[in-house]
Design a protein around this ligand. Structure first.
Ligand code: GBH
Length: 466
């Protein structure tokens, strides 16, 4: 395989890498951190592959200076990490944990010293368990607690954080966490999932208000709008596609960017969608203007009607996210089983842009691939597949920009191999290989490729010094 050429991105386009707290930090019970729903979930037998947990993960909590050095050497402008809510507020609300606050001070200062702009996600799925015990995202109190946490973080770090993301992929929190039960807290509820979706959005709106009040710089959210296709044109697959479009995309984008709730089909959701959790004023709160919208993209999804118990609409609502994983695209699959289709990325970005006039500028907050990497005896990882994936998807971003979509930057998922949620440590998304026995970090070929891309981009687009 020849080395792919670099994409033609505009001057000023920003590069970054991304991670999330529970996936890399470890130190799950150190320095006063409280338990999160992911500690509980991963410690429940049968929930994660091989019983994997984030107890140690990449030990980033102790090794962050080494990881920041890797970022500096990589040459990125930005680093996206998440703050662990249970480190700051072990009970989710109330007493503050000073040692938890100190950790992100150290991380942020280390980044700034390396010339890297910090981009912080407030919620990448690690809800304090104490809040789940009181109803979790099913109840509005959790959204209010999230605002308290956002205010604390903004007050403490707002002078140094360049970009804030309130939530990461709230689709996963609501529908994988409370609907399908494949993410923490592992609930399977129709009503609970829809209530969670609404309270996540309310929490986002309340957090934006706190961030603004504290003078935060750039404020956004990281969504995973999906490019969805029907598996066939059978009426049941087309109906499943329509339902999936609502849950994957419109539940989020309609209130955020169009000031309205999505159009649900009453019979499918059995009236659950208009639940009592909606209050007057919520749409205004949720739709407050943002400085950017984050888009996480990995692959297009093919939707196929799943078997349903028609007699149980609540359960149907819980499980009906309509996802099948056949590969009608005829491309290779990553080790996640995901087809590699860069054109779907361009289409998704163009579609979002066309659908929502006045959409804020887009940042790609995640994109990357899991591959069957292996460390060779010469201490290298020859991950040509990842390089090919990244080159294709960065070119897809360049194509969207050329078509008029305002995309400002790109965060590659991920800096490090890490805890891939229910899939444990088998899936490797990193630019840097992690040996989970020794915790040794080894930059892969893709790391060197991305570094070259960033250097070449700067050389090509920056004014020559006179
Ligand atoms: C993003 O999730 C996340 O933001 C990030 O944390 C994650 O590491 C990355 O992408 C790569 O997946 O097989 O039932 O366990 C993307 C959505 C959610 C897709 C989990 C894969 C697996 C469901 N991902 N899902 S299951």
């Amino acid at each position: 395989m020849s080395t792919p050429t670099y994409p033609d991105l505009p001057a000023g386009f920003q590069f970054g890498a991304a991670t999330a707290a529970y996936q890399i930090e470890g130190a799950h019970d150190e320095d006063g951190r409280g338990p999160s729903i992911w500690d509980t979930y991963s410690h429940t037998p049968g929930r994660t592959l091989d019983g994997a947990t984030g107890d140690t993960a990449c030990d980033h909590y102790h090794r962050y200076p080494e990881d920041v050095a890797l970022l500096r050497e990589l040459g990125v402008d930005n680093y996206r990490f998440s703050i662990a809510w249970p480190r700051l507020l072990p009970q989710g609300t109330g007493p503050v944990n000073p040692k938890g606050l100190d950790f992100y001070d150290r991380l942020i200062d280390e980044l700034l010293a390396a010339g890297i702009a910090p981009a912080a996600t407030l919620y990448h799925w690690d809800l304090p368990q104490a809040l789940e015990d009181r109803g979790g995202w099913r109840v509005r109190e959790t959204a209010e607690a999230f605002a308290e946490y956002a205010a604390l973080a903004a007050e403490r770090y707002g002078d140094r954080v360049e970009r804030w993301m309130t939530l990461n992929e709230p689709f996963c929190s609501a529908f994988l966490g409370y609907g399908l039960g494949r993410h923490a807290p592992g609930a399977q509820e129709g009503r609970g999932a829809l209530a969670a979706a609404h309270h996540l959005l309310v929490g986002h709106g309340l957090a934006v208000r706190e961030l603004r009040a504290a003078g935060a710089r750039q404020i956004g959210i990281a969504l995973n709008p999906d490019r969805l296709h029907a598996a066939s044109d059978r009426p049941e697959d087309l109906a499943a596609l329509r339902r999936a479009e609502v849950l994957h995309n419109e539940v989020w984008t309609e209130p955020l960017f169009a000031g309205r709730y999505p159009a649900y089909e009453a019979e499918t959701w059995a009236g659950l969608a208009d639940g009592p959790w909606r209050r007057p004023g919520d749409l205004e709160l949720i739709g407050a203007p943002l400085d950017f919208v984050g888009v996480n993209f990995y692959r297009p999804i093919t939707v196929e009607a799943a078997p349903h118990d028609e007699a149980d609409p609540e359960l149907r609502t819980a499980v009906d996210i309509g996802v099948a994983e056949p590969n009608p695209y005829g491309t290779r699959l990553t080790t996640m089983g995901w087809p590699v289709v860069p054109t779907a990325f361009t289409e998704l970005l163009r579609d979002l842009d066309a659908r929502y006039p006045g959409l804020p500028p887009i940042w790609i907050t995640e994109n990357g691939s899991a591959e069957s990497d292996s460390l060779t005896p010469d201490g290298r990882v020859h991950d040509a597949e990842r390089v090919d994936y990244l080159a294709g998807h960065l070119a897809a971003v360049a194509d969207a920009i050329a078509a008029g979509v305002d995309v400002r930057g790109y965060f590659l998922w991920s800096l490090l191999d890490n805890f891939e949620w229910a899939r444990g440590y088998e899936q490797r998304f990193g630019l840097v290989h992690v040996d989970y026995d020794t915790l040794t970090r080894t930059p892969k070929d893709s790391y060197h490729w991305y570094r070259g891309l960033i250097t070449a981009h700067r050389a090509r687009t920056e004014e020559p010094a006179r």
